[in-house]
Design a protein around this ligand. Structure first.
Ligand SMILES: C[S@@+](CC[C@H](N)C(=O)[O-])C[C@H]1O[C@@H](n2cnc3c(N)ncnc32)[C@H](O)[C@@H]1O
Length: 221
């Protein structure tokens, strides 16, 4: 009988700190410049499956720390014949830099990330300096980052990270229609993650931010 995936893992525990994520294998039928969307912390991958189904011309990559879910998602993608959908292991605090070449990703989606793991050093931010720097390296010019959460503080921390001095110096800028330091009301991607569906069904607010990226010093496209 298939083992039930664990509900949570602690990404800062010793077992998860050794880098072991593998470079993503791009499906050979897609051209190297095919747009690439990445869901970070995809769990069972509802957003990734829906996006890959709606856009067969795009490469969609779901990354997750729970290996049992990675395996389960891979089998489901094969069963559904979704050749443009790839899943892999990552610890977002440790080894995302091993997964993608520089300038090869068009969109990162960080959807309903787990808020914090408490350590004796205190609370940890979801969007760490490591994650910010890695995304800035792996995005193509004109690429973007999409973060959504049902926890206001998590979305606010993401906003501070991307719109604060470090995010600005790395080349991020707000894509909110109402300007910098504001949340984005609408989901412009046409598909929603499982947690977004649940949050909306409960009548709760989704706190969303979106950032464009261009090399620092360049004019935004
Ligand atoms: C609350 S779920 C959200 C799943 C999905 N994105 C959604 O919106 O429905 C957060 C997911 O992030 C994964 N996760 C948490 N910390 C992670 C890390 N450091 N690296 C990779 N995945 C992580 C968890 O295992 C979990 O599956």
């Amino acid at each position: 009988m298939a083992r039930k995936p664990r509900q949570h893992v602690n990404p800062l525990s010793a077992a998860y700190l050794a880098p072991r994520a593998q470079p993503v294998e791009r499906p050979p039928h897609l051209p190297p410049d095919a747009p690439c969307d990445v869901e970070l912390g995809c769990a069972e991958g509802a957003f990734s499956f829906a996006l890959a189904t709606a856009h067969p011309d795009r490469l969609v990559v779901g990354l997750e720390i729970r290996s049992a879910l990675v395996e389960r998602n891979r089998m489901r993608a094969r069963r559904l014949g979704l050749a443009n959908l790839v899943f892999g292991y990552v610890n977002l605090q440790v080894d995302l830099h091993r997964v993608f070449e520089p300038a090869s990703v068009d969109r990162f989606h960080l959807l309903f990330p787990d808020p914090w793991f408490k350590t004796r050093h205190g609370k940890r931010r979801v969007v760490s300096p490591y994650l910010l720097r890695t995304m800035a390296t792996q995005l193509r010019p004109g690429g973007e980052v999409h973060v959504a959460s049902d926890v206001f503080e998590v979305a606010l921390e993401a906003m501070e990270a991307f719109e604060g001095p470090m995010g600005e110096a790395l080349g991020f800028r707000s894509l909110s229609p109402r300007g910098p330091w504001t949340f984005v009301r609408e989901n412009p991607y046409g598909v929603a993650s499982r947690r977004e569906e649940i949050t909306r069904a409960r009548g709760q607010r989704v706190w969303r931010v979106r950032y464009g990226w261009s090399p620092p010093g360049d004019d935004p496209p």
